[in-house]
Design a protein around this ligand. Sequence first.
Ligand code: URA
Length: 232
Amino acid sequence: MRLDKMLSECTSESRSAIKKLIRQGRVTVNGVRAASPEQKIDETRDEVAVDGGIVPYKPFIYLILNKPEGYVSATEDKSERTVLELVPDEYKGRQLFPAGRLDKYTTGLMIITNDGRFAHEALSPKSHVKKTYIVGLSEPPTEDDVRAFREGVYIEGGYLTKSAELEITGDYEARVTISEGRYHQIKKMFGARGNRVVKLKRISFGGLKLPDDLSEGEVRELTAEEKERIFC
Ligand code: URA
């Protein structure tokens, strides 16, 4: 296997960061400075280290799920079905968890991983990863709502949300993009405007869109390129 591929599967670094680390001479294979990103290694036997720290060959897993209604975003729950129950058996025992949460009746794009650092980065407000939702509403959204969302809305607890983009897409439907992820944020934002969310679907996470060919309840691995798109 190529050295850069192994590092990309087993660390949270991007392909370009890995190439840079190798070029900077910070990566060793069996104690010898790595020659190039293309260098071939035997991932089952060779000892790869970055800045002297050994990187075990234990690839991280990044799954994308099109979440159906009725599942909670947890690894286990006493009374509810969890999104982890939708993950194929081959991934069991890999300490997977949902990166962020969607409410029980929210559907759409969800990432499931065992890479804590990646999840933290993707969810941290500092990363400004935008999330877009299609929202079904009990009342028609208005141009005043568009302006209010743009300026930020005071939600429960007196918190003023960051600027959000609201696009009216139908009589009772809107598309909303937020750059933070407070508990029940979309519901609370519409609640503050005297409206009620009756349907909610997440259609993108950063630059990653919910693939058209991923049906509800389906799970598959993200490609390296899709994973990087989250931060674009
Ligand atoms: N905002 C909500 O209110 N619910 C979700 O599931 C996601 C965002």
